[in-house]
Design a protein around this ligand. Structure first.
Ligand SMILES: *Cc1c(COP(=O)(O)O)cnc(C)c1O
Length: 322
């Protein structure tokens, strides 16, 4: 790497643990480990904490006073942004899709406790409401800093290039990393890190909400820009991005049996909690691919746990459906 690594505002407890899953591995006949980014330590953790270390450092360097971001109602990214703002002594405005629910639970409860101001997009387009909210905060002299959807700018994604280096330090040679991929920043950062640090295994993103072609394009472009930001300009093409969109079911945040089974399996066999929207879907995809032989028996696989467990409580009813 030729460029200095971007400045960090410390928020995460790093390195996160890498743990074997012996019971599940034995039953499936494929060796599985888990990288515990659900344990990053900021207000119940998750993958956005690493990105926020770089984004908050940039916000402070620019003299911003208010973090503004956007997401789904049960956004883990928004909850971690609210916590990061509290830790940095900043204000936080979250633009959330839809309307304020009758019962406040999961991440929405935590957003409120963490002191964030919630703006519901209601019938409006959430990105349009995000722009209006930024403009209003600017006009009011609140010095807003824009954090994109999922924290997935090249700067945010750079945190996952560094996470790949952290992973290599564990010294566990993995043939494949499997993760939930949505706004693409996590996968893009890992892919950029693989180029930077010479990791040759596969990096399989299980799409949570997008068709494979669209997500491959997003990840490739973001990975190229992230590598350039880190001083290593490489052209990363969509064809080299491994994305599986076979588990979209009825769309974002709608649970089906595959996810319910995956969540119960990890919980009951390994004492490990997944989340209903992201890691539940990614684990369901990984288990199905192992069953179908699309992940080979002799591979050593690392499931990258990206967090999201606070949303379990908001999805209690659909988790308990038979
Ligand atoms: C945001 C999120 C992801 C997806 O990460 P991207 O960088 O947006 O692709 C995966 N898992 C959880 C729990 C998340 O909150």
């Amino acid at each position: 790497m030729t460029a200095a690594f971007p400045a960090r505002f410390p928020l995460a407890a790093l390195p996160t643990p890498l743990e074997p899953l012996p019971r599940l591995s034995e039953r499936l006949g494929t060796e599985i480990w888990v990288k515990r980014d659900d344990l990053t330590g900021l207000a119940l953790g998750g993958n956005k904490t690493r990105k926020l270390e770089l984004l908050v450092a940039d916000a402070r360097a620019q003299g911003a006073r208010t973090l503004v971001t956007v997401g789904a109602a049960q956004s883990n990214h928004c909850r971690q942004t609210a916590a990061a703002a509290a830790r940095a002594g900043m204000e936080c405005i979250l633009v959330l899709a839809g309307s304020s629910p009758a019962s406040v639970n999961g991440n929405i409860l935590l957003d409120t406790l963490l002191g964030a101001e919630l703006v519901w997009s209601r019938e409006g387009d959430r990105m349009a409401v995000f722009e209006e909210t930024l403009a209003r905060a600017e006009h009011q002299g609140r010095r807003p800093y824009r954090i994109p959807y999922g924290g997935s700018s090249p700067l945010g994604a750079a945190a996952y290039a560094q996470a790949l280096a952290e992973f290599l330090q564990h010294g566990v040679a993995a043939d494949r990393l499997v993760l939930a991929s949505s706004s693409g920043g996590t996968q893009a950062g890992l892919v950029a890190g693989a180029h930077l640090y010479g990791y040759r295994g596969r990096i399989t993103g299980i799409s949570v909400d997008q068709p494979a072609d669209a997500l491959r394009e997003t990840v490739a472009e973001l990975a190229s820009r992230t590598a350039a930001l880190l001083g290593e300009p490489v052209a990363i093409h969509p064809g080299e991005i491994d994305v599986d969109d076979g588990f979209l079911g009825e769309g974002y945040g709608v649970l089906n049996d595959l996810e319910r089974v995956a969540i119960r399996t990890f919980a009951a066999e390994e004492g490990l909690l997944l989340d209903p929207v992201y890691t539940g879907r990614a684990a369901a995809g990984m288990l199905a691919r192992i069953r179908e032989g699309r992940i080979a028996r002799d591979e050593r696989v690392v499931f990258w746990h990206t967090g999201g467990t606070p949303a379990l409580f908001a999805y209690a009813a659909s988790l308990l459906e038979q």
